[in-house]
Design a protein around this ligand. Structure first.
Ligand code: TYD
Length: 137
């Protein structure tokens, strides 16, 4: 499966805006964990890993950043996350790099699994070798 963008409905009235991301509804999995990334300098690249089990939805709720996804077989995609109602779905076993963070960027990450450092692949060499040997669809 490939990463794709989600467009969350914006519920607005005279008081402002509200966006809902409900698990198994607006987000294609049950949400077990959230974390957020902020205060990242513009020249820093974060992520740089793939996850064996976790699926993610990334939302830049303030500011902007870019996300490059790779599948180890030449299918690279770049997403500009710059709207609080825009989510990026990332399936398991996809390599991801987050970069070009604006100073005010707050990148909210919704995950399908609890944190387990052992499911992270942090070497691109190891990742691409595994992707060339296995059929992850
Ligand atoms: P890291 O995975 O390197 O962050 P990023 O993907 O943004 O580059 O995580 C940074 C630190 O936070 C690292 O020490 C692991 C820890 N961490 C947790 O304890 N739980 C979590 O859910 C996450 C995502 C990270």
């Amino acid at each position: 499966m490939k990463p794709f963008l989600l467009n969350f409905p914006q519920r607005g009235d005279e008081r402002g805006w509200l966006v809902v991301a409900e698990g198994n509804k607006d987000v294609p999995f049950e949400i077990k964990r959230i974390f957020y990334i902020y205060g990242t300098e513009p020249n820093v690249v974060r992520g740089q890993h793939a996850n064996r089990n976790s699926e993610f939805v990334l939302v830049n709720v303030a500011g902007s950043c870019k996300v490059r996804t790779r599948n180890g077989r030449g299918d690279d995609q770049v997403f500009d996350l710059n709207q609080p109602n825009m989510g990026l779905y990332i399936p398991r076993m996809i390599w991801k790099d987050m970069y070009d963070f604006s100073q005010d960027s707050i990148l909210l990450c919704l995950a399908s699994e609890s944190y387990n450092p052992h499911e992270y692949i942090r070497s691109y060499e190891e990742y691409s070798l595994e992707m060339s040997q296995n059929n992850y669809g």
